[in-house]
Design a protein around this ligand. Structure first.
Ligand code: ATP
Length: 213
């Protein structure tokens, strides 16, 4: 089975990378595609340009053969919705992949566009994240769905043949892109939060920003 990992990756960090590799290994996925979103610049939130986010992701995925980047949303016109990305994936590969997301994103699923279609087109792997414990039953109730829900602990669980939503109780990593952006802009080191090559790409982008001020 293939997996997609959607997010703004603003920027990609070791939290994403370590957890995505754990998921690939523990669920036995053949490939995991990072799918960077086209994010609108939000007020008060710095958006790293798409080409910088993409080259950071490309550098990061080169370190693990079962990772790849799919830039479908960045190349599409208009707003990208996950269900549309999954429809396109289905046209390309004819399969129902796993869609990987953090517990914070899962809690907002009822507010996504066509959330029922998302679940029809993909299984969800919800990664535990410090500070977030979504009420799964409540989310399913709001969606009017009764998916096959499983809990997967790190390593060694036999997955059932059929499942729709998995809570993945793997490592808890308290790393966020928000903190990395803050450190970057305040001139603090981002070493150890991101791979070395990603750090170089981000530092080059930040230095360019500062020269233009
Ligand atoms: P920001 O701080 O800008 O909100 P982020 O660190 O949450 O960013 P995103 O690009 O929004 O990064 O994350 C992509 C996906 O990865 C989301 O589904 C998010 O919930 C999940 N994710 C990010 N960091 C973690 C983490 N440390 N643990 C678990 N899930 C995470």
């Amino acid at each position: 089975m293939k997996a997609l990992f959607g997010g703004s990756f603003n920027p990609v960090h070791n939290g994403h990378l370590i957890l995505a590799r754990d998921v690939v290994e523990d669920f036995g996925f053949e490939k995991l595609f990072f799918v960077p979103a086209k994010v609108q610049p939000l007020k008060g939130k710095l958006l790293i340009p798409p080409e910088v986010r993409l080259s950071a992701l490309r550098a990061a995925v080169s370190l693990y053969p079962r990772f790849d980047v799919w830039d479908f949303e960045l190349k599409s016109e208009g707003v990208s919705y996950t269900y549309r990305t999954l429809e396109h994936f289905h046209r390309l590969y004819g399969e129902r992949p796993a869609f990987v997301l953090g517990a914070d994103s899962f809690a907002s699923l009822p507010r996504w566009k066509e959330p029922q279609r998302v679940l029809e087109l993909a299984r969800l792997v919800v990664m535990a994240r410090p500070g977030y414990s979504p009420d799964f039953e409540e989310v399913f109730r709001q969606l009017g769905l009764c998916p096959k829900f499983i809990i997967v602990e790190k390593e060694g669980v036999e997955l059932p043949q059929e499942w729709d939503v998995a809570l993945y109780r793997g490592r808890l990593l308290d790393i966020s892109a928000t903190e990395i952006r803050r450190r970057l802009l305040e001139g603090d080191s981002i070493s150890y939060f991101v791979p070395e090559q990603v750090e170089k790409i981000l530092r080059r982008w930040r230095d360019g920003l500062q020269q233009n001020v």
